[in-house]
Design a protein around this ligand. Structure first.
Ligand SMILES: *Cc1c(COP(=O)(O)O)cnc(C)c1O
Length: 371
């Protein structure tokens, strides 16, 4: 039975239509609509400033930077990663002809468990691809120590971590590279889009060749690149959205505060509190349902919410390691992934976005509290 209007898990941040129209007119007048135009350059510069990183390369979505990072770093053999993510993380490894090796997660942040990484390293391992799940920073220091000890590269899938900082510094400065997604469902969006963050000018140059078919100039191709270029229209859209993103994050913060206050004393419902010295982006609000203590399974609560028009999402269920060919990998065995398997059965991401109203939030909370 449907009651009231639907409440979706998120809604895209949109630029002011008149302002966007003004930029479109300029693009129309210039007739420069893609290939490193002025808005593309402006957005890269503005993002470097906002994100406090020196080098960023824009892409047309958030999956191509993952594919390109593995190419740019010439990763071979096996890549250690998490099964608790969006499928694109593992797909990028697979598309490079590499073997993903799944490692269990830490329930404290839903990121890869550093205590389990070393036992998964073999002579074929060449990289670790962790995810800052829900924008919660991974244990970056320990991951780097392990990588250094074994001579491994680290590529962070930071698709959820736009604007996240620890001790006033960008989380994107960690590892060899980090990737972002600017998909419509993310905190900051360019409709579709993404970025690859690296730490030196030569690498940025190489990445920029790789996202333009490998062209170094008109006649030379330095490597088998791909077409990952962001166009002028979406770059302009992103520039306008960037000016609105802080207010959006602050609204999300207030939503998170209200969820926590209301759910703090509900038995069987666990959620994350803020971490000290971290600037969070409140990209998601996952709750974890312990069926015994709560008196209802996660799936029953998920369906009950749906019947009331509240469209939470089970991010991340099922685990990536259960899909297609991945499930045949030895590391995909659920016995190897007990924490991820349990959490995938407990999680619901509640509606979380910059337009969620008090009334809507109360409708959601009433159902969870009075089940
Ligand atoms: C959204 C997302 C991606 C992929 O981004 P697209 O822009 O949709 O290609 C990759 N990894 C994670 C963890 C994501 O959430």
């Amino acid at each position: 039975m449907e009651q009231g209007n639907k409440i979706t898990v998120t809604t895209p941040l949109l630029p002011d239509l008149d302002e966007f129209n003004d930029l479109l007119k300029e693009i129309w007048a210039s007739k420069w609509i893609t290939n490193n135009g002025q808005y593309h350059q402006q957005l890269e510069e503005a993002l470097c400033q906002y994100l406090k990183v020196p080098y960023i390369s824009l892409f047309t979505n958030g999956t191509l930077p993952l594919l390109t990072a593995l190419q740019a770093l010439n990763i071979q053999g096996e890549v250690i990663t998490t099964p608790y993510s969006f499928v694109a993380t593992t797909h990028s490894i697979w598309w490079n002809g590499l073997t993903p090796v799944f490692v269990d997660i830490d329930p404290a942040n839903c990121g890869i468990d550093p205590d389990r990484i070393e036992e998964a390293i073999t002579p074929r391992t060449s990289a670790i691809m962790p995810v800052h799940c829900y924008g919660k920073p991974c244990d970056v220091q320990r991951i780097q120590q392990i990588a250094d000890r074994h001579g491994l590269k680290v590529i962070y899938d930071a698709a959820h971590a736009f604007g996240v900082e620890t001790d006033g510094k960008s989380i994107l400065q960690w590892g060899d590279m980090s990737t972002l997604s600017f998909h419509a469902t993310k905190v900051f969006n360019t409709v579709e889009g993404g970025a690859l963050i690296c730490h030196d000018a030569a690498t940025k140059k190489h990445i920029d060749y790789l996202k333009n078919f490998g062209f170094e100039n008109e006649t030379e191709v330095v490597a088998p690149g791909i077409n990952g270029k962001m166009d002028e229209i979406r770059s302009a859209f992103g520039l306008l959205n960037l000016a609105k993103v802080d207010a959006a994050i602050e609204h999300r913060h207030q939503v998170a505060i209200r969820y926590r206050e209301a759910l703090r004393d509900v038995p069987g419902i666990r959620f994350f509190d803020d971490m000290p010295e971290v600037r969070h982006n409140y990209s998601y609000f996952p709750i974890f349902v312990n069926a015994d203590e709560y008196g209802m399974t996660r799936d029953k609560l998920y369906e009950t919410l749906r019947q009331h028009g509240i469209l939470g999402r089970r991010y991340f269920y099922p685990l990536i390691s259960t899909f297609g060919d991945y499930r045949h990998l030895p590391s995909a065995n659920p016995d190897n992934l007990p924490v991820a398997t349990r959490i995938a059965d407990e999680v619901i991401c509640l509606p979380m976005h910059h337009e969620l109203t008090h009334q809507e939030q109360q409708r959601i909370l009433d159902i969870i509290i009075s089940h």
